[in-house]
Write a protein that binds this ligand. Structure first.
Ligand SMILES: [Zn+2]
Length: 157
């Protein structure tokens, strides 16, 4: 059974990140336009008692041209460094909460070592902002749900 398509079924496949190993690239940095998202992520985590699993100092965050409909990726390199790539074309047209969702989702992979979680709540919405985008849950990340999703994101388990 398929639920009626809506905008999220269009958007969600674009939100897929992937974790894969690649050859070691040249050292990078955090793009200035994306730095505030890393800061917010750490602030929101600290407010919830989060201690980083991965040292943010080994993480690079930058824009890139990603293939297909991928909007963000968390990459882990063989020397332990990590990198988040954000689709330049996605960013140009994304709404504020969609940008934050993408960054926080990828930071969930890269700094919290979280994997995808596609669990649905009773109302069909996603339990976690770490959903894959390929599951059936509906993403509702926004002003009224942000706190709940961030509580779940930083929940120690
Ligand atoms: Zn992901």
């Amino acid at each position: 059974m398929r639920t009626k398509p809506n905008i999220w079924f269009f958007l969600l496949p674009l939100l897929l990140g992937s974790c894969q190993k690649e050859d070691i690239p040249a050292p990078g940095q955090v793009d200035a336009e994306l730095a505030s998202y890393l800061e917010d992520f750490i602030i929101e985590g600290e407010a919830r008692g989060y201690q980083p699993v991965i040292d943010p100092g080994i993480l690079d965050i930058r824009f890139d041209t990603l293939t297909g409909a991928v909007t963000g990726q968390c990459l882990t390199y063989s020397d332990g460094r990590r990198e988040i790539k954000v689709s330049t074309s996605f960013w140009a047209n994304a709404a504020a909460f969609d940008k934050e969702f993408l960054l926080f989702h990828e930071l969930g992979h890269c700094l919290l070592d979280r994997e995808h979680l596609d669990t649905q709540r009773a109302d069909g919405t996603c339990l976690s902002m770490m959903h894959s985008g390929q599951g059936r849950c509906r993403n509702t990340y926004g002003a009224s749900t942000r706190t709940r999703y961030l509580d779940e994101l930083f929940q120690a388990d």
